[in-house]
Design a protein around this ligand. Structure first.
Ligand SMILES: C[S@@+](CC[C@H](N)C(=O)[O-])C[C@H]1O[C@@H](n2cnc3c(N)ncnc32)[C@H](O)[C@@H]1O
Length: 186
C-alpha cells in the first residue's frame, strides 16, 4: 500500500497505548470496506496514520476530532520531515479541533467505522456514540464503533456496560491492554 509502511519510528513503538487495537480496527475496516471513518481523540496520530490510509485505499474520508490542534501536535512530535511526508501521501483527511462534548453533528456524510479514544469519561463517551449514530445519512448494518479502554477507565467501562445492554448494538469485547469494545450498529 502506497506509503503505509514508511512510518516514522515512533509509530512502531510497542508501548503506544493502542498498539494492537489500531491494526485490528484497520483490518476490520478493510474487511467491511469502510469508507467514512471517524476517530475521536487523535493525539500524535498513531490511529490517524493507519485509518487515513484505510480511507484512502477504500476511496473514502478520515475525520479526526481532537480538543487540541492535532496537526501542530503531529508536527511537534514527529518533526518537520514527517509532517511533509504526511502531506505528500495526499491522505483524505479532515481534522476538527473541537471538544467532543459540544459536537452536535459531524461534517461527514455517514460513518462506517469509528474509533472512540478521546476524553474517557462516561458523559463524553455516551455523547460521542450518540453523535456517531446520527450523521447526515442514516447508518446501516455495516457500521462499527470501537471504544478504547473499556477495562482501565471507569468512565468508559460504565458507558460500555450501558451499550452492551442496548438493543441497537451487537457488542464484542476484548480485555488485553486496556481493552477494546466493538459495537456493531444493527
Ligand atoms: C489517548 S489519546 C488518543 C490516542 C490516539 N487515538 C492514537 O491512536 O494515538 C486521547 C486524545 O483525546 C483528546 N481529547 C481529550 N478530551 C477530549 C475532548 N473532550 N474532545 C476531543 N478530544 C479530546 C486529547 O487531546 C488526546 O489527544
Amino acid at each position: 500500500m502506497d506509503g503505509f509502511n514508511k512510518q516514522p519510528p515512533w509509530l512502531w513503538e510497542p508501548n503506544t497505548t493502542c498498539w494492537w487495537q489500531v491494526p485490528f480496527i484497520y483490518m476490520l475496516g478493510l474487511a467491511i470496506g469502510a469508507r467514512f471513518i471517524v476517530e475521536i481523540g487523535v493525539d500524535q496520530g498513531y490511529g490517524a496514520w493507519h485509518l487515513a490510509h484505510l480511507a484512502k485505499s477504500n476511496r473514502g474520508l478520515y475525520l479526526g476530532v481532537d480538543i487540541v490542534p492535532v496537526q501542530k501536535k503531529i508536527f511537534e512530535s514527529c518533526g518537520v520531515e514527517f509532517a511533509r511526508y504526511f502531506d505528500s501521501c495526499r491522505l483524505p483527511v479532515k481534522f476538527l479541533n473541537e471538544d467532543s462534548k459540544t459536537l452536535t453533528g459531524l461534517p461527514i456524510e455517514r460513518v462506517d467505522l469509528a474509533f472512540v479514544d478521546g476524553e474517557h469519561t462516561k458523559e463524553a463517551v455516551l455523547h460521542e456514540v450518540n453523535v456517531l449514530l446520527y450523521p447526515k445519512a442514516q447508518v446501516n448494518g455495516t457500521t462499527y464503533i470501537c471504544l478504547h479502554d473499556i477495562v482501565d477507565f471507569p468512565g468508559v467501562k460504565e458507558a460500555w456496560e450501558i451499550f452492551k445492554e442496548d438493543d441497537r448494538f451487537q457488542a464484542l469485547e476484548f480485555y488485553p491492554n486496556s481493552g477494546l469494545g466493538v459495537l456493531r450498529v444493527k
